[in-house]
Write a protein that binds this ligand. Structure first.
Ligand SMILES: Cc1ncc(COP(=O)(O)O)c(C=O)c1O
Length: 383
Protein backbone atom coordinates (compact mmCIF):
# COMPACT_ATOMS: atom_id res chain seq x y z
CA UNK A 1 0.00 0.00 0.00
CA UNK A 2 1.27 3.47 -0.92
CA UNK A 3 2.45 5.76 1.86
CA UNK A 4 0.90 8.65 -0.08
CA UNK A 5 -2.56 9.68 1.12
CA UNK A 6 -5.27 8.91 -1.35
CA UNK A 7 -6.62 12.42 -1.98
CA UNK A 8 -6.39 12.70 -5.78
CA UNK A 9 -7.89 10.73 -8.65
CA UNK A 10 -4.97 10.38 -11.04
CA UNK A 11 -4.35 9.47 -14.67
CA UNK A 12 -1.55 6.93 -15.27
CA UNK A 13 0.85 9.43 -16.85
CA UNK A 14 4.02 10.56 -15.09
CA UNK A 15 5.36 13.83 -16.44
CA UNK A 16 9.14 13.89 -16.65
CA UNK A 17 9.85 17.30 -18.11
CA UNK A 18 8.44 20.12 -20.18
CA UNK A 19 9.42 22.67 -22.78
CA UNK A 20 7.48 25.67 -24.10
CA UNK A 21 3.87 24.40 -23.97
CA UNK A 22 4.75 20.70 -24.28
CA UNK A 23 5.07 18.03 -21.61
CA UNK A 24 7.02 14.79 -21.96
CA UNK A 25 6.20 11.71 -19.89
CA UNK A 26 8.61 9.16 -18.45
CA UNK A 27 7.98 6.90 -21.48
CA UNK A 28 9.13 9.67 -23.81
CA UNK A 29 5.67 10.56 -25.17
CA UNK A 30 5.17 14.28 -25.89
CA UNK A 31 1.86 16.04 -25.19
CA UNK A 32 0.51 19.44 -26.13
CA UNK A 33 -0.42 20.83 -22.73
CA UNK A 34 -3.86 22.42 -22.45
CA UNK A 35 -3.79 22.45 -18.62
CA UNK A 36 -0.84 24.63 -17.47
CA UNK A 37 -0.76 22.52 -14.27
CA UNK A 38 -4.35 23.72 -13.65
CA UNK A 39 -3.86 27.31 -14.70
CA UNK A 40 -0.42 27.77 -13.12
CA UNK A 41 2.40 27.54 -15.68
CA UNK A 42 0.87 30.25 -17.85
CA UNK A 43 4.22 31.27 -19.33
CA UNK A 44 5.10 27.67 -20.15
CA UNK A 45 7.90 25.38 -19.15
CA UNK A 46 11.04 27.07 -20.47
CA UNK A 47 10.74 30.75 -19.68
CA UNK A 48 14.36 31.92 -19.71
CA UNK A 49 13.86 35.15 -17.71
CA UNK A 50 12.05 33.34 -14.87
CA UNK A 51 14.63 30.56 -14.87
CA UNK A 52 17.51 33.04 -14.66
CA UNK A 53 15.89 35.15 -11.92
CA UNK A 54 15.12 32.08 -9.79
CA UNK A 55 18.62 30.67 -10.33
CA UNK A 56 20.21 33.99 -9.37
CA UNK A 57 18.11 34.13 -6.20
CA UNK A 58 18.92 30.48 -5.38
CA UNK A 59 22.57 31.43 -5.53
CA UNK A 60 22.05 34.33 -3.10
CA UNK A 61 19.59 33.22 -0.41
CA UNK A 62 16.40 31.12 -0.46
CA UNK A 63 14.52 32.28 2.60
CA UNK A 64 14.93 34.77 5.41
CA UNK A 65 11.68 35.60 7.22
CA UNK A 66 9.17 38.42 7.49
CA UNK A 67 11.14 39.81 10.43
CA UNK A 68 13.27 41.73 7.91
CA UNK A 69 12.15 43.80 4.92
CA UNK A 70 13.21 42.75 1.45
CA UNK A 71 13.19 44.90 -1.68
CA UNK A 72 12.06 42.10 -4.02
CA UNK A 73 8.84 41.60 -1.99
CA UNK A 74 8.14 45.34 -2.05
CA UNK A 75 8.78 45.40 -5.81
CA UNK A 76 6.36 42.53 -6.50
CA UNK A 77 3.70 44.27 -4.37
CA UNK A 78 4.17 47.41 -6.50
CA UNK A 79 3.88 45.43 -9.74
CA UNK A 80 0.86 43.42 -8.59
CA UNK A 81 -1.31 45.89 -6.68
CA UNK A 82 -3.21 48.51 -8.69
CA UNK A 83 -2.97 52.17 -7.55
CA UNK A 84 -4.67 52.57 -4.17
CA UNK A 85 -4.25 48.89 -3.18
CA UNK A 86 -1.73 46.98 -1.03
CA UNK A 87 -0.63 43.32 -1.19
CA UNK A 88 -0.17 40.55 1.37
CA UNK A 89 1.71 37.43 0.20
CA UNK A 90 0.97 33.84 1.15
CA UNK A 91 1.34 30.42 -0.44
CA UNK A 92 -1.90 29.35 -2.16
CA UNK A 93 -5.28 30.43 -3.43
CA UNK A 94 -7.08 29.10 -0.36
CA UNK A 95 -4.74 31.06 1.91
CA UNK A 96 -5.31 34.23 -0.10
CA UNK A 97 -9.08 33.81 0.31
CA UNK A 98 -8.70 33.02 4.03
CA UNK A 99 -6.77 36.25 4.42
CA UNK A 100 -9.50 38.11 2.50
CA UNK A 101 -12.25 36.71 4.73
CA UNK A 102 -10.31 37.62 7.89
CA UNK A 103 -9.67 41.13 6.62
CA UNK A 104 -13.34 41.57 5.66
CA UNK A 105 -14.45 40.62 9.18
CA UNK A 106 -11.91 42.93 10.79
CA UNK A 107 -12.64 45.86 8.47
CA UNK A 108 -16.45 45.71 8.65
CA UNK A 109 -16.97 44.17 12.11
CA UNK A 110 -19.74 42.16 10.45
CA UNK A 111 -20.25 38.42 10.30
CA UNK A 112 -21.96 37.13 7.20
CA UNK A 113 -20.23 36.19 3.96
CA UNK A 114 -22.30 35.70 0.80
CA UNK A 115 -20.95 33.20 -1.75
CA UNK A 116 -22.28 31.40 -4.83
CA UNK A 117 -23.13 27.96 -6.08
CA UNK A 118 -20.41 26.57 -8.35
CA UNK A 119 -17.92 29.08 -6.92
CA UNK A 120 -14.63 27.50 -5.83
CA UNK A 121 -12.41 29.22 -3.29
CA UNK A 122 -10.34 26.46 -1.66
CA UNK A 123 -10.47 23.58 0.78
CA UNK A 124 -9.61 25.03 4.19
CA UNK A 125 -12.48 25.12 6.67
CA UNK A 126 -13.08 28.80 5.85
CA UNK A 127 -12.77 28.65 2.07
CA UNK A 128 -14.63 25.35 1.82
CA UNK A 129 -17.57 27.00 3.57
CA UNK A 130 -17.76 29.59 0.76
CA UNK A 131 -17.23 27.00 -1.97
CA UNK A 132 -20.55 26.23 -3.61
CA UNK A 133 -20.38 22.46 -4.07
CA UNK A 134 -22.37 20.87 -1.25
CA UNK A 135 -20.93 17.39 -1.95
CA UNK A 136 -17.37 18.40 -1.03
CA UNK A 137 -18.58 19.80 2.32
CA UNK A 138 -19.83 16.41 3.33
CA UNK A 139 -18.14 14.97 6.43
CA UNK A 140 -16.24 18.16 7.28
CA UNK A 141 -18.58 19.96 9.66
CA UNK A 142 -18.26 22.31 11.38
CA UNK A 143 -17.10 24.64 8.63
CA UNK A 144 -16.90 28.42 9.06
CA UNK A 145 -20.36 29.63 10.13
CA UNK A 146 -22.38 32.62 8.88
CA UNK A 147 -22.14 31.86 5.17
CA UNK A 148 -25.13 32.44 2.89
CA UNK A 149 -25.08 30.71 -0.48
CA UNK A 150 -26.81 32.33 -3.46
CA UNK A 151 -27.27 31.46 -7.11
CA UNK A 152 -24.61 32.78 -9.51
CA UNK A 153 -25.90 35.15 -12.20
CA UNK A 154 -29.35 35.22 -10.52
CA UNK A 155 -30.80 38.65 -9.60
CA UNK A 156 -32.41 37.04 -6.51
CA UNK A 157 -28.88 36.81 -5.05
CA UNK A 158 -29.09 40.55 -4.29
CA UNK A 159 -31.65 39.79 -1.56
CA UNK A 160 -29.00 37.86 0.38
CA UNK A 161 -26.77 40.94 0.74
CA UNK A 162 -27.76 43.28 3.59
CA UNK A 163 -26.36 45.51 6.35
CA UNK A 164 -25.03 42.43 8.20
CA UNK A 165 -22.97 41.20 5.26
CA UNK A 166 -19.21 41.58 5.73
CA UNK A 167 -18.32 40.49 2.20
CA UNK A 168 -19.47 38.93 -1.02
CA UNK A 169 -16.92 36.56 -2.54
CA UNK A 170 -17.15 35.60 -6.20
CA UNK A 171 -15.23 34.73 -9.34
CA UNK A 172 -15.94 36.99 -12.33
CA UNK A 173 -15.54 33.81 -14.38
CA UNK A 174 -16.05 30.60 -12.42
CA UNK A 175 -13.32 28.07 -13.23
CA UNK A 176 -13.71 24.77 -11.38
CA UNK A 177 -17.47 25.27 -11.31
CA UNK A 178 -17.77 24.88 -15.10
CA UNK A 179 -16.21 27.97 -16.78
CA UNK A 180 -19.31 30.07 -16.14
CA UNK A 181 -18.88 33.66 -17.27
CA UNK A 182 -20.43 36.25 -14.97
CA UNK A 183 -23.19 38.35 -16.47
CA UNK A 184 -21.89 41.92 -16.68
CA UNK A 185 -25.12 43.59 -15.48
CA UNK A 186 -25.48 41.09 -12.67
CA UNK A 187 -21.88 41.62 -11.49
CA UNK A 188 -22.44 45.37 -11.60
CA UNK A 189 -25.66 45.04 -9.58
CA UNK A 190 -23.86 42.93 -6.94
CA UNK A 191 -21.17 45.61 -6.70
CA UNK A 192 -23.80 48.35 -6.33
CA UNK A 193 -25.62 46.40 -3.59
CA UNK A 194 -22.29 45.91 -1.78
CA UNK A 195 -21.69 49.66 -1.90
CA UNK A 196 -25.21 50.41 -0.59
CA UNK A 197 -24.89 48.03 2.35
CA UNK A 198 -21.26 48.67 3.39
CA UNK A 199 -20.28 45.17 2.20
CA UNK A 200 -16.84 44.42 0.78
CA UNK A 201 -16.61 42.83 -2.66
CA UNK A 202 -13.93 40.11 -2.80
CA UNK A 203 -13.13 39.02 -6.35
CA UNK A 204 -11.27 35.71 -6.51
CA UNK A 205 -8.86 35.91 -9.46
CA UNK A 206 -6.95 32.77 -8.51
CA UNK A 207 -7.79 31.00 -11.78
CA UNK A 208 -9.02 33.75 -14.11
CA UNK A 209 -6.34 36.33 -13.22
CA UNK A 210 -2.72 36.82 -14.25
CA UNK A 211 -3.40 37.10 -17.97
CA UNK A 212 -5.52 33.97 -18.36
CA UNK A 213 -8.40 35.82 -20.02
CA UNK A 214 -6.21 38.40 -21.77
CA UNK A 215 -6.34 40.84 -18.84
CA UNK A 216 -4.16 41.08 -15.76
CA UNK A 217 -7.39 40.65 -13.78
CA UNK A 218 -10.47 39.11 -15.40
CA UNK A 219 -12.77 41.53 -13.53
CA UNK A 220 -11.41 44.43 -15.64
CA UNK A 221 -13.69 43.24 -18.48
CA UNK A 222 -16.73 43.81 -16.30
CA UNK A 223 -15.66 47.23 -14.97
CA UNK A 224 -15.61 45.99 -11.39
CA UNK A 225 -13.63 47.76 -8.68
CA UNK A 226 -13.25 45.08 -5.98
CA UNK A 227 -12.42 45.98 -2.41
CA UNK A 228 -10.25 42.87 -2.18
CA UNK A 229 -8.65 40.82 -4.97
CA UNK A 230 -7.14 37.37 -4.47
CA UNK A 231 -4.59 35.75 -6.79
CA UNK A 232 -2.36 32.66 -6.74
CA UNK A 233 -1.79 29.95 -9.41
CA UNK A 234 -0.17 31.83 -12.34
CA UNK A 235 1.49 34.53 -10.25
CA UNK A 236 4.81 32.66 -9.95
CA UNK A 237 4.42 30.30 -12.95
CA UNK A 238 4.67 27.12 -10.86
CA UNK A 239 6.21 28.11 -7.55
CA UNK A 240 3.71 28.09 -4.65
CA UNK A 241 2.25 31.54 -4.08
CA UNK A 242 -0.89 33.42 -3.16
CA UNK A 243 -1.66 37.08 -2.62
CA UNK A 244 -4.46 39.17 -1.20
CA UNK A 245 -4.64 42.68 -2.57
CA UNK A 246 -6.91 45.19 -0.80
CA UNK A 247 -7.81 48.84 -1.15
CA UNK A 248 -5.58 51.00 1.06
CA UNK A 249 -8.39 51.91 3.48
CA UNK A 250 -9.43 48.24 3.84
CA UNK A 251 -5.82 47.02 4.15
CA UNK A 252 -5.24 49.57 6.94
CA UNK A 253 -7.36 47.38 9.24
CA UNK A 254 -4.58 44.77 9.41
CA UNK A 255 -1.97 45.70 12.01
CA UNK A 256 1.27 43.79 12.75
CA UNK A 257 0.31 40.46 14.31
CA UNK A 258 -3.15 40.30 12.73
CA UNK A 259 -2.10 37.99 9.94
CA UNK A 260 1.04 36.30 8.64
CA UNK A 261 2.66 33.14 7.35
CA UNK A 262 6.23 31.81 7.50
CA UNK A 263 6.76 31.41 3.77
CA UNK A 264 4.74 34.43 2.60
CA UNK A 265 6.92 36.51 0.25
CA UNK A 266 9.54 33.76 -0.02
CA UNK A 267 12.44 35.16 -2.03
CA UNK A 268 12.66 32.40 -4.65
CA UNK A 269 8.93 32.64 -5.26
CA UNK A 270 9.00 36.44 -5.40
CA UNK A 271 11.85 36.40 -7.93
CA UNK A 272 9.61 34.29 -10.21
CA UNK A 273 6.55 36.49 -9.57
CA UNK A 274 8.57 39.61 -10.43
CA UNK A 275 9.39 38.14 -13.85
CA UNK A 276 5.80 36.97 -14.46
CA UNK A 277 4.42 40.42 -13.71
CA UNK A 278 7.01 42.10 -15.95
CA UNK A 279 5.96 39.83 -18.80
CA UNK A 280 2.25 40.64 -18.54
CA UNK A 281 2.72 43.61 -20.87
CA UNK A 282 -0.19 45.19 -22.80
CA UNK A 283 1.16 43.53 -26.00
CA UNK A 284 1.31 40.10 -24.35
CA UNK A 285 -2.22 40.46 -22.95
CA UNK A 286 -3.43 41.53 -26.40
CA UNK A 287 -1.87 38.38 -27.89
CA UNK A 288 -3.77 36.25 -25.35
CA UNK A 289 -7.05 37.94 -26.33
CA UNK A 290 -6.28 37.27 -30.01
CA UNK A 291 -5.45 33.61 -29.39
CA UNK A 292 -8.58 33.29 -27.26
CA UNK A 293 -10.73 34.74 -30.04
CA UNK A 294 -9.09 32.37 -32.54
CA UNK A 295 -9.68 29.37 -30.25
CA UNK A 296 -13.32 30.28 -29.66
CA UNK A 297 -13.97 30.81 -33.39
CA UNK A 298 -12.26 27.51 -34.31
CA UNK A 299 -14.12 25.59 -31.58
CA UNK A 300 -17.43 26.94 -32.84
CA UNK A 301 -16.56 26.03 -36.43
CA UNK A 302 -15.45 22.47 -35.71
CA UNK A 303 -17.49 21.47 -32.68
CA UNK A 304 -20.74 23.30 -32.55
CA UNK A 305 -22.75 20.90 -34.70
CA UNK A 306 -21.44 17.72 -33.07
CA UNK A 307 -24.12 15.77 -31.18
CA UNK A 308 -21.95 15.49 -28.02
CA UNK A 309 -21.64 19.29 -27.56
CA UNK A 310 -24.15 21.41 -25.61
CA UNK A 311 -22.37 24.79 -25.52
CA UNK A 312 -18.97 26.49 -25.32
CA UNK A 313 -18.08 29.22 -22.82
CA UNK A 314 -15.13 31.24 -21.61
CA UNK A 315 -12.90 34.23 -22.21
CA UNK A 316 -9.35 34.39 -23.54
CA UNK A 317 -7.55 31.10 -22.94
CA UNK A 318 -10.00 29.89 -20.28
CA UNK A 319 -12.54 27.76 -22.12
CA UNK A 320 -15.28 25.30 -21.17
CA UNK A 321 -16.79 22.84 -23.64
CA UNK A 322 -20.04 21.63 -22.14
CA UNK A 323 -20.69 18.05 -23.14
CA UNK A 324 -23.91 16.16 -23.42
CA UNK A 325 -24.52 13.54 -20.72
CA UNK A 326 -24.01 10.86 -23.38
CA UNK A 327 -20.38 12.00 -23.72
CA UNK A 328 -18.60 11.57 -20.35
CA UNK A 329 -15.84 14.14 -20.02
CA UNK A 330 -13.33 11.71 -18.51
CA UNK A 331 -13.63 9.45 -21.56
CA UNK A 332 -12.95 12.45 -23.80
CA UNK A 333 -9.92 13.41 -21.67
CA UNK A 334 -8.54 9.88 -21.93
CA UNK A 335 -9.09 9.74 -25.70
CA UNK A 336 -7.25 13.07 -26.01
CA UNK A 337 -4.37 11.78 -23.91
CA UNK A 338 -3.98 8.90 -26.36
CA UNK A 339 -3.70 11.47 -29.14
CA UNK A 340 -1.11 13.53 -27.24
CA UNK A 341 -3.24 16.33 -25.72
CA UNK A 342 -3.67 16.97 -21.99
CA UNK A 343 -6.96 18.60 -20.94
CA UNK A 344 -8.98 19.19 -17.77
CA UNK A 345 -12.56 18.74 -16.61
CA UNK A 346 -14.78 21.13 -14.68
CA UNK A 347 -18.17 20.73 -13.06
CA UNK A 348 -21.17 19.74 -15.14
CA UNK A 349 -19.47 17.35 -17.60
CA UNK A 350 -17.32 20.21 -18.92
CA UNK A 351 -14.08 19.79 -20.83
CA UNK A 352 -11.87 22.66 -19.67
CA UNK A 353 -8.93 24.13 -21.57
CA UNK A 354 -6.32 26.25 -19.78
CA UNK A 355 -3.34 26.12 -22.16
CA UNK A 356 -0.12 27.98 -21.41
CA UNK A 357 -0.68 31.52 -22.71
CA UNK A 358 2.36 31.13 -25.01
CA UNK A 359 0.70 28.39 -27.08
CA UNK A 360 0.58 29.04 -30.85
CA UNK A 361 -2.41 29.07 -33.19
CA UNK A 362 -1.40 25.98 -35.14
CA UNK A 363 -1.31 23.94 -31.90
CA UNK A 364 -4.71 25.36 -30.92
CA UNK A 365 -6.04 24.28 -34.32
CA UNK A 366 -4.55 20.79 -33.86
CA UNK A 367 -6.14 20.61 -30.40
CA UNK A 368 -9.56 21.56 -31.75
CA UNK A 369 -9.30 18.84 -34.44
CA UNK A 370 -8.34 16.29 -31.77
CA UNK A 371 -11.18 17.40 -29.47
CA UNK A 372 -13.71 17.10 -32.32
CA UNK A 373 -12.63 13.54 -33.11
CA UNK A 374 -12.43 12.53 -29.41
CA UNK A 375 -15.96 13.84 -28.77
CA UNK A 376 -17.21 12.03 -31.90
CA UNK A 377 -15.50 8.80 -30.87
CA UNK A 378 -16.84 8.86 -27.28
CA UNK A 379 -20.33 9.94 -28.35
CA UNK A 380 -20.50 7.06 -30.87
CA UNK A 381 -19.32 4.53 -28.28
CA UNK A 382 -21.70 5.72 -25.57
CA UNK A 383 -24.59 6.98 -27.69
C1 LIG B 1 -10.94 30.37 -8.25
C2 LIG B 1 -10.12 29.58 -7.28
N1 LIG B 1 -9.97 30.02 -6.04
C3 LIG B 1 -9.23 29.35 -5.13
C4 LIG B 1 -8.61 28.16 -5.46
C5 LIG B 1 -7.81 27.43 -4.43
O1 LIG B 1 -6.46 27.59 -4.74
P1 LIG B 1 -5.35 26.63 -4.07
O2 LIG B 1 -5.58 25.26 -4.66
O3 LIG B 1 -4.05 27.23 -4.49
O4 LIG B 1 -5.56 26.66 -2.62
C6 LIG B 1 -8.75 27.65 -6.75
C7 LIG B 1 -8.14 26.38 -7.12
O5 LIG B 1 -8.45 25.77 -8.11
C8 LIG B 1 -9.52 28.38 -7.69
O6 LIG B 1 -9.70 27.94 -8.94
Amino acid sequence: MSKLMNTYTQFPIEIDHGHDFHLVDTKGKTYVDLTSGIGVCNLGYSNKAIFEAVTAQLNKIWHTSNLYPNSIVTKVAEELAPDGYQAFFCNSGAEANEAAIKLAHKATKKETIVAFDNGFHGRTTGTLAVTGYPHIHSGFDPLMPAVKMATYNDPAALDEIDENTAAVILEAIQGEGGVNVGDREWLQSIQAKCQDTGTLLIVDEVQAGMGRTGYKFAFEQFDLVPDIITVAKGLANGLPVGAMVAKDEVAANFKPGDHGTTFGGNLIVMSAADQVLQQLTPEFLQSVREKGAYLMKTLHEYLFDLPGIKSISGEGLMVGIHLDDSTPVNDVITALQDEGFLTLSARGNTLRLLPPLIIDESSLQAAVNAIASAVDQVEEMEG
